[in-house]
Design a protein around this ligand. Structure first.
Ligand SMILES: *Cc1c(COP(=O)(O)O)cnc(C)c1O
Length: 459
């Protein structure tokens, strides 16, 4: 590994949070109490917390200063105006519905854009997104390219939509039976894989012909833009801001979780191009989120969010962000640990099928691996496999995703390269005695989004 390929942190540390590492016996106790579910472990008991990059970001001094400018008026807050203008500047959408976080926006979009029985094609699913689509009578169809389901294939833009799958679906079901196309940048569950500009453009051309709308899940838009700049022909000399603007010129709107590339701890929005849809969304936001000028966020939240959106476009920031993740992945690869390739934008995904070949998928290898990594070193990660995929709403059978992974998700601007080394060393050590990892079985299985609160015991 040549550290010269990895830029040092483009920030100074102004405030620190002290963490402690509890010993192995204590970790065993914690894990048992948490039912082997890393979601149920207390933050205090984690040494390095890679559960998620959602809302775990470190804000800049500008953002903290922005909190002091919170205008907490019930209606017409100036921070809303700032956020609205920023979203239009960055993405080009004139209409903004603020929401408490991404899923609030998904709820509203699904309610206004899906008629029961309509299909909602997407480039792989995301848990809360699919939940809202299905609850509103939509039928989710995965139209991501096949290669995305193969964890070993190292090719660029694995998040792309397979245009043939989309075209076949339109021909088979009829354009009127497609609610809209949901295009995520980047694709979280495929391993943080980006979508190419060429693909976004082609999806736009195809759907336009049939009068079908396209909504992006723009949660990690800046990371996606970085991959385009780095890897797609014709974009090396464009700024991240220019790339983002072009990406969203091919969309009718977007749902956003500000907790990711908004570099804040809470917030989200639904942004739209169509005035009629905007009126409908405004009627719903008051029911589910709050007034159309705050939607579940405080004024200060909206101010920090507006500032964070602009910061995410800074090249030095986003380059460090993506390359720090890559550094962790490359260290694991070098040691022969099986990971999803290529390394994505926000996380390194351990391939639990190859990590634990002695476990059947019904013994929840990824869940077991995440639990054992915590035992090994106090590093908290998350299962993204059969548990997250849930059960088929009609048959009640477990969805069995090809990708059975453990996600090591890197919070933005929080950890250093030395922390990445510690994580890599613990995963490598665990890999050396992987046969000791035992399978798990449910002792409690919730009906919806079971991964959050399920409990297990060792088989
Ligand atoms: C986090 C996330 C969401 C949901 O956003 P929340 O703010 O957690 O409600 C939607 N889509 C993707 C891809 C996400 O990563």
């Amino acid at each position: 590994m040549d550290m010269r390929n990895y830029p040092a942190e483009p920030f100074r540390i102004k405030s620190v949070e002290v963490v402690k590492m509890i010993n192995r016996e204590e970790r065993e106790e914690v894990l048992e109490k948490a039912g082997y579910n890393t979601f149920l472990i207390d933050s205090e008991d984690c040494y390095i917390d890679l559960l998620t990059d959602s809302g775990t970001n470190a804000m800049s001094d500008d953002q903290w200063a922005g909190l002091m400018k919170g205008d907490e008026a019930y209606a017409g807050s100036k921070n809303f105006k700032h956020l609205e203008k920023t979203v239009e500047d960055v993405f080009g959408f004139p209409y903004l519905i603020p929401t408490h976080q991404g899923r609030g926006a998904e709820n509203i979009l699904s309610r206004i854009a899906i008629k029961p029985g309509q299909y909602v094609p997407g480039n792989m699913y995301f848990t809360t997104t699919r939940y809202h689509q299905e609850t509103n009578g939509g039928i989710f169809v995965d139209i991501i390219r096949d290669e995305a389901h193969d964890a070993t294939l190292d090719i660029p833009f694995k998040g792309d939509i397979d245009l043939n799958k989309l075209e076949n679906l339109i021909n088979e079901k009829g354009a009127e039976n497609i609610a809209y196309v949901c295009l995520a940048v980047t694709v979280n569950l495929a391993g943080g894989q980006p979508v190419s500009m060429a693909n976004m453009k082609a999806v736009r051309e195809l759907t336009e012909k049939h009068g079908i709308k396209v909504f992006y899940d723009c949660t990690r838009f800046a990371e996606n833009a970085y991959f385009i700049k780095e890897q797609e022909e014709g974009y090396a000399d464009k700024t991240i801001a220019e790339i983002v603007k072009e990406m969203f010129s091919y969309a009718d709107g977007a749902t956003m979780s500000g907790k990711k590339d908004g570099i804040v701890n809470m917030g989200g929005f639904l942004a739209l191009r169509d005035e009629e849809m905007f009126s409908e969304a405004r009627e719903l936001v008051v029911v589910y989120e709050g007034m159309p000028s705050y939607g579940g966020m405080t004024g200060r939240d909206m101010e920090a969010f507006a500032i964070g959106l602009k910061e995410s476009l800074q090249f030095e920031y986003i380059q460090h962000r993506v390359l720090q993740v890559r550094y962790l992945g490359e260290r694991l690869k070098e040691a022969g640990v099986p990971i999803v390739e290529p390394i994505g934008g926000h996380a390194v995904f351990l391939d639990a099928r190859r990590f634990c070949p002695h476990l059947d998928q019904e013994e929840f290898p990824a869940q077991a691996l995440a639990a054992n990594l915590y035992l090994e070193s106090g590093v908290r990660s998350m299962e993204r496999g059969i548990i997250s995929a849930g059960r088929d709403v009609n048959t009640g059978e477990n969805h069995k995703p090809k990708l059975e992974t453990v996600r090591l998700t890197i919070p933005r601007r929080v950890y250093t390269y030395r922390h990445m080394d510690l994580v890599a060393d613990s995963v490598i050590k665990l890999y050396e005695h992987k046969e000791d990892i035992k399978g798990l079985k449910f002792v409690y299985e919730p009906k919806q989004l079971r991964f959050f609160t399920a409990r297990f015991e060792e088989i």
